[in-house]
Write a protein that binds this ligand. Structure first.
Ligand code: TYM
Length: 338
């Protein structure tokens, strides 16, 4: 098993990232056997596809590295790095740009959402973003890519690109790329905003009240949960009773994910109670589960030298691992790699 996944260092790590993706990265790292390998990276090259502040990007990259280690990633057992230190990523992207089709890219939901009506004014990087994402995983022959539900479409595209490249430039016996499988947790694949149950929790939401950040202290978490949008009805005892109540469903799902139980079990315990009772219990659960991560994060985040060293070591490993696939891709295309 070769596990590869990334996160954009565009803001703080939030509960959606943690429950939807990072917690699974840690589990996969912990369950890894001798033949497996895990690579996790900060997608800082992806982060320049939208307007950004360079100083902020630099500090967010280190901060996100601290957050990942605080969540349980162990740089001795996985390769932890940032894309910008591994030029093989943008290099392979360019090679894959010859295979990716404009039609595929312009159908991506993220492109449509982020470019909005102003497509002419969007960066070319935003359009070719998924090709870099394909390069990220194909470079290491990834077999499993743990992500939240919103990244499924990008991974399907990575598979399409790999398949077309193999068909066009390789033989069936000796394909250049492995087709990666998205690995999406059945629970918590889509944590929603605390302010609007129809929108996913996101770093780019202008309202900080919409998301729980892993760097939030206990009081801030409790305040955000208290102010979370809900409806006036008490919680039902059965899951069917949450239909048409997206905010209530989201809070119950968050509780279940934190507690590693199920929404049904949460309703069996809290059914019949109002949010006045459920919200403080949810806030307590968050503080119990996320508090220790926050404490580790605060410690590590102060040690920039150690973080730089972790990323430099990870990047050296990644550069080594990327060489063979990059060579094979150049050769398949009739190019001599310098
Ligand atoms: P990003 O930085 O938006 O998110 C990182 C991971 O967190 C998951 N996630 C969520 N899961 C559940 N509920 C949510 N509300 C939520 N918000 C985010 C995402 O699905 C993701 O797994 N394009 C990617 C980064 C990337 C990448 C890659 C991922 C670059 N190259 C290669 C996998 C493989 C992104 O912007 O994720």
């Amino acid at each position: 098993m070769i596990v590869v996944s990334g996160i954009q260092p565009t803001g703080n790590l939030h509960l959606g990232n943690y429950l939807g993706a990072i917690r699974n990265w840690v589990k996969m790292q912990d369950d890894m056997d001798g033949d497996s390998r895990c690579l996790f990276f900060l997608a800082d090259l992806h982060a320049i596809s939208m307007p950004h502040d360079p100083a902020q990007l630099k500090s967010n990259t280190l901060e996100m590295a601290a957050a990942l280690v605080a969540c349980g990633l162990d740089p001795a057992r996985c390769t932890l790095f940032n894309q910008a230190q591994v030029p093989a990523h943008p290099e392979l992207q360019w090679l894959l740009n010859g295979t990716a089709r404009m039609g595929w890219l312009s159908r991506m939901t993220q492109w449509k959402d982020k470019a909005g009506k102003n497509r002419e004014g969007a960066s070319a990087a935003l359009l070719t973003y998924p090709v870099l994402q394909a390069a990220d995983v194909l470079l290491y022959q990834a077999t499993h890519v743990p992500v939240g539900d919103d990244q499924k479409q990008h991974l399907e595209l990575a598979r399409d690109i790999a398949q077309k490249f193999n068909n066009d430039f390789a033989t069936e016996e000796k394909p250049v790329f492995t087709l990666p499988e998205p690995f999406i947790p059945p629970k918590a694949a889509r944590i929603m905003s605390l302010r609007d149950g129809s929108k996913k929790m996101s770093k780019s939401d202008p309202s900080e009240m919409s998301r729980i950040e892993l760097a939030d202290d206990a009081d801030t978490m409790a305040q955000k949960v208290k102010k979370a949008k809900t409806d006036p009805e008490p919680l039902p005892s059965e899951i069917e009773g949450l239909e048409g109540r997206p905010e209530a469903l989201n809070l119950v799902s968050i509780f279940a994910a934190l507690d590693e139980s199920t929404p049904e079990a949460v309703l069996a315990q809290y059914g019949g109670q109002g949010f006045g009772q459920f919200k403080p219990a949810l806030a307590d659960k968050m503080v119990e589960k996320l508090g220790p991560i926050r404490d580790r994060f605060v410690d590590l985040n102060g040690d920039r030298e150690q973080l730089d060293a972790i990323l430099a070591r990870g990047a050296a490993q990644a550069r080594d691992l990327a060489g063979n696939t990059l060579d094979a891709a150049y050769e398949a295309l009739g190019l001599v790699r310098g």
